[in-house]
Write a protein that binds this ligand. Structure first.
Ligand code: ADP
Ligand code: ZN
Length: 710
């Protein structure tokens, strides 16, 4: 294929992205993936949940002449994707056991006549159909979603997936694209082999989800945990969230606790009938039940973009599961919170499960790594990404460890006190007992077991029990203490620990810090009384969305995503063009809902005083002395957008102090590169010529400045 054909395809793909899906730019690898699909290559896409996999086959489907078949294992997921496509004006349908006979023949007709662009189908429906009506279709592309289901080693193995290989053989000239959010090596190999892909090109995206805030709290007593979770929910009124529990009983318990405290919530687990489960799941997706207390059975196949938080009531079994579960939050890329609680009783329980299983060593090891993550005192995102073989060079700044960076001190004496208490208790005591020994607690256990006579009894009375817990955890993390999961969680001293105990090594420890302060400050910030005008408008837009979603019986996020409403509340579009400039609003969405939202925004502006342009709003914040990142954060817009506002303001004669926003050295780089370039009207060539070292926004502002100078 020649370069110019490529370029035409690119432009076409981009046009579809804007007019159908309402987005200006492709994310990361989407464009390259689409190119290769159009080039009829077999492809494997590994991208985290929320990364934007669907567009990778949906846009080619729009550009190809004939039908795209999408194989998907979950009925609910198929329905959601098809609803979303239809709302964007795309001819799509799904075909599975839930469809009645009459609809089935209609769909077959539409597929054969070329009316349909995409047909979603489950593998168990497809396999038998391959020798009947399916044979007569003219197919341009096959997409296999949730492709990890083909892997026996994975957590979602579906035997029917292995039969898809025969489809590959039958459709030898049709490109296949396999997509999944599971990234490990075995899965990748299985996908390639068992689906019979031909020299597939593999796209492995970063699994980083920077919008997810990570926080872990260990060994919080039950009542305190309840208080904390109620506070957490109160600070996020009306936001959608999931509490994951280990057992069915706990899901019911938490739902009850929340209801008792006037929080609307329900529970979900595999013990409910499938009707009940469907009903509850739909209510959650439609924002009717904001909070779900659930076992991990909940979530697979839920394509809800505005889940704002995920709490784990217990430690997950492994990091894969944990990552997938927290990944259900913030699929719309907006900031979302995740909070993990763990205690050693869960670890014991999980460890017992693991031991009794067939692959016991692996499961134990995975559990250990999960625990190490929970106990870590280094950036958590680094640990997570390292688990998926990715290196994050800087600390993330969006986890509890990063927010509370630990300064260290010589902790040798503290370590020695703890280690010697463990030794004198004959390595036959657990966490709590050791802490009581150190603190010289006057409990019956101390006296009945004679611990009160140990030399170490009370040598750590200067520290609180919380502090000791904190230091013991660190000693475990660093590897001085090991937990004997098989001996009642008794603490043992490792060889490394022996060296410290006998003074052969010194040791740095992180300072103790109170963890709860964080959530309290977060709470103050989010009191409803302090809603800004943008937030008020956002709430009203959400109500309108809700009304439409009920009327049309589609999930709220299919009408518009939270990200779209948020941009709408910041920019306040009141014309068709302004509305179409909002991300996520394509032509069909504009036709269906645009006017209703414009009317609401106009009314809101009338109620709240004269409308400021988006530039003036940015200017107000500049006058308050705020910098680009802060303004972007407050206005919920991208920093590059703020830069473009600055450029416009500067051009319009507003007093903008250029040097406050552009580094002198950056400016000189931009200025120096210009004479070497043919085209200096577009930003991209300049950006690339500078090796990506200078941000687009800075380049744009510099060009404006240079233009004004000259
Ligand atoms: P995945 O299937 O990988 O979990 P989706 O395909 O459901 O992810 O996409 C997640 C969200 O991101 C959706 O709301 C989608 O509309 C949005 N999205 C996808 N691509 C883009 C893009 N290029 N720009 C903006 N939003 C996008
Ligand atoms: Zn971090």
């Amino acid at each position: 294929m020649t370069n110019s054909t490529f370029d035409t395809m690119n432009t076409e793909a981009k046009k579809q992205l804007k007019s159908v899906f309402g987005y200006d730019n492709f994310r990361d690898e989407q464009e390259e993936i689409i190119n290769q699909v159009l080039n009829k290559k077999d492809i494997i896409v590994l991208m985290p949940t929320g990364g934007g996999k669907s567009i990778c086959f949906q846009i080619p489907a729009l550009l190809f002449d004939n039908l795209t078949v999408v194989i998907s294992p979950l009925i609910s997921l198929m329905k959601d994707q098809v609803d979303a496509l239809k709302s964007n004006g795309v001819h799509a349908a799904y075909f599975n056991s839930s469809v009645n006979e009459q609809d089935k023949s209609q769909i077959i007709n539409d597929a054969q006549s070329g009316k349909l662009k995409l047909l979603y189908i489950s593998p168990e429906t497809l396999i038998p159909a391959m020798n009947s009506w399916f044979r007569d279709l003219t197919i341009s592309l096959v997409a296999i979603d949730e492709a990890h289901c083909v892997s026996m080693w994975g957590h979602d193995f579906r035997p029917e997936y292995t039969q898809l290989k025969s489809l590959r053989t039958k459709l030898s000239h049709v490109p296949f694209i396999a997509l999944t959010a599971t990234a490990d090596k075995i899965t990748r190999k299985d996908i390639e082999n068992h689906l019979g892909l031909v020299n597939p090109i593999t796209f492995l995206s970063s699994f980083d989800r920077p919008n997810l805030n990570l926080e872990v709290r260990g060994n919080v007593p039950k009542q305190k945990k309840i208080d904390q979770i109620l506070d957490f929910i109160e600070a996020r009124p009306d936001k959608s969230g999931i509490i994951y529990c280990l057992s069915r009983k706990e899901t019911e318990e938490w739902s009850q606790i929340l209801n008792d405290n006037n929080v609307k919530a329900n529970y979900y687990h595999a013990g409910l009938t499938s009707d009940e489960r469907d009903k509850i799941q739909t209510a959650f997706i439609n924002d009717e039940i904001p909070i779900m207390c659930a076992t991990i059975a909940f979530g697979m196949g839920i394509d809800k973009s505005n889940v704002r938080w995920v709490i784990h009531n217990n430690l997950p079994k492994n990091i894969e599961g944990y990552y997938q579960e927290i990944g259900r939050a913030g699929r719309d890329s907006m900031k979302s919170d995740t909070l993990l609680y763990f205690n050693y009783r869960d670890v014991k329980l999980l460890s017992d499960f693991a031991r009794d299983s067939e692959h016991s060593t692996v499961l134990q090891e995975k559990l250990n790594r999960m625990l190490e993550y929970a106990e870590a005192t280094t950036c958590r995102r680094k640990i997570l990404l390292a688990y998926f073989s990715e290196v994050l060079s800087d600390n993330c700044g969006n986890c509890d460890v990063c927010r509370n960076p630990t300064s260290t001190f010589d902790g040798t004496v503290i370590a020695q006190k703890a280690l010697s208490a463990i030794k004198r208790a004959d390595e036959k005591a657990g966490n709590n007992t050791i802490i009581e020994i150190l603190r010289g607690a006057k409990t019956t256990e101390m006296f009945s077991k004679g611990y009160n006579e140990l030399k170490t009894f009370g040598i750590g009375a200067d520290l609180s029990a919380q502090q000791w817990l904190f230091y013991l955890t660190q000693l475990k993390n660093i590897g001085l203490i090991e937990i004997a999961y098989d001996e009642n969680m008794h603490l043992k001293i490792s060889t490394f620990g022996e060296k410290v105990l006998f003074g052969k090594l010194t040791l740095q420890l992180a300072h103790y810090q109170e963890k709860e302060k964080l959530s309290k400050t977060a709470k103050v910030k989010k009191q409803p009384s302090s809603l800004s005008p943008d937030e008020l408008l956002f709430d009203r837009l959400k109500l309108l969305r809700r009304k439409i979603s009920v009327e049309e019986n589609v999930p709220a996020y299919i009408v518009f995503s939270d990200a779209t409403l948020s941009q709408m509340s910041a920019e306040k579009p009141t014309t068709e063009n302004e509305m179409l400039a909002i991300q996520g609003i394509g032509l069909q969405k504009y036709i269906s809902y645009g006017q209703d939202f414009i009317d609401l925004i106009k009314l809101f502006i009338k109620d709240t005083g004269p409308k400021k342009t988006t530039f003036e709003e940015t200017f107000d914040l500049i006058q308050q002395g705020l910098l680009v990142d802060d303004i972007a954060e407050i206005r919920k817009i991208a920093p590059t957008t703020v830069y473009s506002h600055l450029a416009k303001l500067m051009q319009d004669g507003f007093p903008i102090q250029f040097s406050a926003y552009v580094d002198d050295s950056d400016f000189r780089k931009v200025k120096a590169i210009l004479p070497t370039l043919e085209d200096t009207s577009a930003l991209k060539p300049i950006f690339e010529a500078l090796g990506g070292e200078v941000d687009y926004g800075v380049i744009r502002l510099s060009l404006t400045f240079i233009g004004m100078e000259g």
